[in-house]
Design a protein around this ligand. Structure first.
Ligand code: C5P
Length: 227
């Protein structure tokens, strides 16, 4: 089969005058998303790496990007992550077979390693459904009440934290997202259609850069990987 990657990078803050969107924050002298792109382009089996930008993105053009014909940009981002992914899939699905594997990966997960993605391709390429990278939950989880007191302790056995890439066949994923536009990740849309995505063990280094203080942690992880 064929393998493509899709990177939603149309997150808020990309409008003129807004603060730096997180995918363009500086990480070791490069925008966060550049590290994400480099890791994905290093996976040889990925035929195309699609980047989804907001139609009014003013940042992308300010940087240099790898001169690799496998890197393609779509300016079709929407109001939510799911909408950005849905619009991109509808466009790409016109040009590739329905059984093409699509690895949807957050721009902000810049510490993804090509080795982990390769492992995911090995684990899932014969799978009837597909799946996602995830890590077992290590902490005890509490549900809070409205007063900020513990209402319930949730047993952590069998609980996993979902990451990306989330890898599904483009035809099934497009249909699932069209039927369930409210989801926050691709796996949820597949689950809502009755599919059971496989969890592929990952590690904590593939975290989502969300707060400014995450940049120092990401720099340490990427720095260590280079040594
Ligand atoms: O905001 P959040 O961390 O959930 O975003 C996850 C990913 O989805 C980011 O890479 C962000 O750029 C992308 N996104 C998008 N379109 C949106 C909102 C978020 O592509 N409307």
């Amino acid at each position: 089969s064929r393998f493509h990657a899709l990177v939603p990078a149309a997150g808020s803050g990309s409008r003129m005058g807004a603060p730096h969107p997180k995918q363009y924050l500086d990480l070791l002298g490069l925008p966060v998303i550049r590290h994400t792109i480099d890791a994905l382009l290093a996976v040889e089996r990925l035929e195309t790496v699609w980047i989804v930008l907001a139609p009014d993105d003013v940042w992308w053009a300010q940087y240099d990007w790898p001169h690799d014909p496998r890197l393609q940009v779509l300016m079709c981002g929407g109001a939510t992550r799911a909408e950005s992914v849905t619009k991109a899939l509808e466009m790409i699905a016109q040009y590739v077979p329905d059984d093409t594997w699509m690895l949807v990966h957050d721009a902000a997960r810049a510490c993804i390693s090509s080795a982990v993605v390769d492992r995911m391709l090995e684990a899932l390429s014969e799978d009837p459904v597909g799946g996602l990278l995830a890590v077992p939950v290590a902490d005890t989880l509490k549900r809070a009440d409205k007063q900020g007191r513990v209402a319930e302790t949730i047993a952590r056995d069998g609980l996993w934290q979902a990451q990306t890439p989330q890898m599904f066949r483009i035809g099934m994923l497009r249909d699932a997202l069209a039927a369930h536009p409210e989801v926050t990740d691709e796996a949820s849309a597949m689950e809502a259609c009755g599919h059971r995505p496989r969890l592929v063990p990952s590690d904590a280094s593939n975290f989502k850069v969300t707060f400014p203080e995450d940049l120092a942690m990401a720099a340490r992880i990427l720095g260590a990987a280079r040594e």
